[in-house]
Design a protein around this ligand. Sequence first.
Ligand code: SF4
Length: 492
Amino acid sequence: MACKTDLLLVNVGNKKQEYGDLRFSISAIEPPVWAGMIAAFVREKGFSVRIIDAEGLNYSDDQVIEIISEESPVLVVGGAVGPNPSASSTPKMVPLGRLLREIDNKIPHIKTAVCGIHPSALPEMTLEQEKVDFVFKGECYYSIIELLKKLRSNPDAEDYDIKGLCYKKIGSVASNGWGKMVEDVDMLPMTAWDLLPMEVYRAHNWHCFEYLNKRQPYGVVYTSYGCPFNCSFCNIKANYDGKAGIRYRSPKKVVDEIGLLVEQYGIKNIKFADEIFALKKDRVEEICDLIIEKNYDLNIWAYARVDTVNEALLKKMKRAGINWLALGIESANKKVREGVVKGKFDSGDINNAIEITHNADIYIVANFIFGLVNDDTETVQETLDMAKALNCEYSNFYTTMAYPGSQLYDDLISEGVELPSNWLSYAQFSEDTLPLSTKHLSNSEVLRFRDKAFNEYHGSSKYLNMIDKKFGSDVVEYIKNMLNYKIPRKHI
Ligand code: SF4
C-alpha cells in the first residue's frame, strides 16, 4: 500500500488508570509538545507528518489503528512522554505497550518505534517486552530523520548505523548509543501547533484558581531544555544524552512562540515546561522584559528553585504574567534532602524564598516528597508540618519512586532490590501506585501518609481561609469537592 504519510506520531492516553476519577476535573490536559516539536523538525526536512493525540481526543486504540491503517505511514512513533517528563514516562509504557500489541496484531507490516525517558533508559528491556521495532535512546530529532530516510530507501533493511537507534537483531539487541543532540536549539522550528487539537487542552485546576471556568485554552512552551543538576531520584537526563546539562532558547524565540499562541489561539494560560525556568537571572529578565513590552495578558506558571529567586526578579516575573511558581522543597529535614543530592539550602532559605515570592504577589505550588531514603515517622511529619506552616496556595505531595533512568534506580538494581515490574506502579495517583520503602518506613506506610497529608493540608481551616481570602468561596467549594474523592489504592 502506498504511504500517505512518512511519520505518524502518537500520544497515547491512560488517564483513567493513571488518575482514576481525578481525570475528570483536576488533572490538566496538556498538549504533547514533544510530538509538536518533532513534527515541526521532521516537516522542515521535507517529510510529511501527522500527530494523533489519542489522549487529548480520548481516542480508543481501535480509532488509532483505523487512522494508522488509512495513513499507512513509513513509521509510527509512540511517545512514552507525559506532562511531567520524568514522572510520567514509565506509566505511559502501559497504554503504549497495549497499542503496540494491537498494531502488531492488526497491521503488522507497519514499522513502529518508541521514544521518551523510559525506553531511553531501558532500551533492551523495552525491545524484549514490547512489540516494537525500534527504540530511540535520548534526543531523537536526527535519529528519526535518518531512520525515515533508511526506511524509505530500504524498508526491509536489517542493519541501521544510526546514532541513538536500538533495534532487535537475531538473538540480540543492537544499540548505537545516545542520539545526536541539537547543538543550537534556536535552529529548531517552532512547535507544530497547527497539527494539534488546540481546542481540547486545559490548564491545571490550581493554575486557574483566579478563574476556574477559564482553564481553556492552554499552551506549553519550553524556554530551555534539560537540567544542570543531578538529583538522585530524577531521570530527566535520559531525555537527552544521559548527562546533566541545559540548553537555552534565545528570549526572542521564546517570546515569538508565546506571541503565536496568544494571537493565533487566544491563549492566556501557559506553562513554562523547563525543568527550572528561574535559573539564569539575566535571561529570565530578558524574557520577562520582552513579554512586558508586548503587553500580553498572560497567566504563566513555571518551576523555580528556592536558591535561584530574588526580589527584583520576582517582581519582574509578576509583571510579565508569571502568576505561579512551583518550588521543589521536597523535605523539611536537611539530612533527608542531602541524602538525595538536592539539599544545598536550609529552612531559612525556604522561608525567605516563600516570603519574597508572596511579596511579589506570585502564588506558590510547593512540591514535597515523602519516602526519601532516610525518612522516618518524624521526618515525614516534619515535612507536613512545614507545608502547613508555609501555607502555600497549593501543595503537591509525592512519594519517592525509583524511576528508570535515575541514579536511584541504577543503585537499587545493582543492590539487588526488587522494583515493581508493573509500570503503572510508578504513577503517583493510580490504584497501583507503589512507592519505595525507606530505611524506616514500609511502602504502604509512606503511601498512607501521603494521602493523609494531602487531605489534611488542603482540608485545614488555615488553608481554606487563606484560599477564601485570595480566590473566593467557589474555589473553597471546589477544593472541598476535590477532597471528597479518595484515590483507591491497592497497596495501602
Ligand atoms: S533539579 Fe533535580 S529534580 Fe529538578 S530537574 Fe534537575 S535533576 Fe531533576
